[in-house]
Design a protein around this ligand. Structure first.
Ligand code: SF4
Length: 207
């Protein structure tokens, strides 16, 4: 099966918006400040964005708090005037979905469930708010399965009734740009994905 170029799909959507001058509303699920930095520079000219920080996978709680704090600082320092909806820290659903999958490597079934859960929450929130689109910053990461994220977004879109904005924010040197912006804003760049299992893996690799 031919691989879909999700970066090109995003380019096409943005080109259409440029042509029509429409400015739809977008609920953008954000995992952290570094991944949001480049993503916001791409989307802010085209959408009325609301950020959605919903990440029950992050551990420990102090890390969750710090990633959120950095996201707020970034938005404020970029001067974008974007609202952030925060889901309170409640890791219980994450540990429930991760049961029996604790030892799997990244990009495996635990990660698919973790990403699917967060996208599902974003889709529900977008429907509740009456947004025109929803999407996530997660496709900027070279460690994540971009095709899975987009397919899952499309699946959830069918359920929640809100169009999913396809993306591959790595394209056009997006990941590199996020590193440059992280330096520019002195952002905290975590060295593990988020959950206790990814933290333990990173500690093993670096010990
Ligand atoms: S490694 Fe990342 S994507 Fe995978 S389960 Fe942990 S937090 Fe979620």
């Amino acid at each position: 099966m031919e691989k879909i170029n999700y970066g090109k799909l995003l380019d096409e959507t943005l080109a259409k918006l440029r042509e029509t001058g429409e400015r739809p509303s977008l609920l953008l699920h954000a995992c952290c400040a570094p991944c949001s930095s480049h993503t916001l520079t791409v989307l802010d000219s085209f959408f009325d964005i609301t950020l959605y920080f919903c990440n029950p996978n992050i551990a420990p709680e102090s890390e969750f708090d710090f990633r959120l704090k950095e996201l707020k600082r970034l938005v404020s320092e970029m001067g974008l005037g974007i609202d952030i909806i925060e889901e309170e820290y409640d890791p219980a659903p994450f540990y429930e979905l991760a049961k029996g999958l604790e030892d799997l490597p990244e990009r495996g079934e635990r990660c698919r469930k973790c990403i699917g859960f967060r996208l599902g929450m974003a889709g529900e929130k977008a429907a509740e708010l009456g947004c025109d689109y929803f999407t996530t910053t997660l496709t900027i990461s070279p460690h994540k399965d971009c095709t899975f994220i987009n397919q899952k977004g499309a699946e959830i879109s069918e359920i929640c009734g809100v169009p999913y904005l396809f993306s591959d924010f790595k394209k056009h040197d997006g990941y590199k740009h996020s590193i440059e912006l992280s330096k520019q804003y002195s952002l905290y760049r975590q060295d593990y994905c988020g959950c206790v299992y990814s933290k333990a893996n990173r500690e093993k690799e670096t010990s």
